[in-house]
Design a protein around this ligand. Sequence first.
Ligand SMILES: [Zn+2]
Length: 240
Amino acid sequence: MTELLHMKDNYIREFDATVTKVGENYVVLDKTAFYPEGGGQSGDRGVLKSGAREAIVTDTQKKGGVRHILSGPPPFETGMQVHGELDWAFRHECMRYHTAQHVLSRYLQLNHGLETRGNMVKPRESRADYYPIDDFSKELIAETEKEVNEILTKNLDVRIEFMPREQAIEYLEERRYQTRYLNMVPDSVKSFRLVLIGAYDASACAGTHVANTSEIGLLTINKTKNVGAEKQRLYFSLEP
Ligand SMILES: [Zn+2]
């Protein structure tokens, strides 16, 4: 298994690791700070180097360990030491959008009883699906933008805390957070990673987030889309 360095620290941009597997167009390392696509967040990009050998990482996927997908055949061999560097501009954008989505979802849950049913986080424009709702009126969109931006500009600290599974579910249920999905997490996962945004939001999430909402800037809802069965998709952007 690959040790996931970003689980404890989302700000690791460079790291050293050992190649444990070489595939046709990917390598697996003993540890990595590259985020593998999951939970709606895009996989990281960047570069892996070993002496004069260099490989561009175009994507990161979880499949029998974390696969660093390369732009060509891997120039590395098993056992080799590599130095990894993330495409930080890309990753930080993912962190900003991901954290903003948590706040947006919490606002809509608390104030309009909406549940988040999936999301896709990536730079420039991200989206999330909400249920049950047939239509986001202009007024509701304007209100949501205004209120969410008010929360984001409160400069709330974002903390990561690991908690035993049962305790984490209890903690989240007591605070009326969405916990329905947590029961689907395999039993082998004994500890949950909680992401706490000030006193406003808490959730179990393995993604990457900024350390303070001041890094996010203002959010704009660009459009909505009916995705059926009382589900509406919101597309949003952040200040560059
Ligand atoms: Zn998250």
